[in-house]
Design a binder for this molecule. Structure first.
Ligand SMILES: [Zn+2]
Ligand SMILES: [Zn+2]
Length: 180
């Protein structure tokens, strides 16, 4: 979604739009962590207005993704909402450092160039933040038994409750055997 800077006035306006999930999913897949995949567009609701040359945006995103639990490897659905506020100022060459010093915890500062504001990068940033947590099917997921692989959410497997030492011992052996 792009807005013309000239169309942003002192009068508060509201806007709702879906941000396509394709690019965000590509960003979620980068690197070793492939925790979440969005099921559809991110719903964005925001209000915006201008004060002088600064543009103010306040709103929220809502998204639904599926993830693979970090403990038990089961697929689950993760819905997330996140509120945001941005202040965009016109970019002036060499100004970035000074403006960065103004950064406040609950207020994101960014820049705009030319006569358009592209909201997609802001929505992407907020969505990535919303899905930056470890994927867990539930807070108290008990995970898999390290010995037999049983999903401990579903059943007790009866293995001994002290498997950690055995695994650490294996790791130590592997380290000792490494060349160099
Ligand atoms: Zn789980
Ligand atoms: Zn077991």
């Amino acid at each position: 979604m792009k807005l013309r800077v000239d169309d942003i006035t002192a009068e508060v306006r509201e806007l709702e739009f879906p941000e396509p999930e394709g690019e965000i999913n590509r960003m979620l897949q980068v690197g070793a962590v492939r925790d979440y995949c969005l099921n559809g567009p991110v719903k964005v609701k925001l209000a915006y207005y201008r004060a002088g040359s600064e543009l103010f945006f306040q709103g929220e995103i809502a998204a639904t993704a599926h993830g693979s639990c970090a403990r038990c490897a089961e697929d689950f659905v993760a819905s997330r909402g996140r509120a945001f506020r941005y202040v965009l100022t016109p970019r002036v060459l060499g100004d970035d450092d000074a403006k960065a010093g103004l950064r406040a915890d609950d207020l994101e500062f960014s820049f705009y160039d030319g006569d358009q504001v592209d909201l997609a990068p802001l929505v992407r940033e907020q969505t990535l933040l919303a899905y930056s947590t470890l994927p867990l099917c539930r807070e108290d997921c008990r995970g898999l038994c390290p010995r037999c692989g049983a999903n401990l959410n579903e059943r007790e497997c009866g293995c001994s409750a002290e498997p950690a030492d055995a695994r650490l011992a294996v790791l130590r052996t592997l380290k000792l055997r490494r060349p160099n």
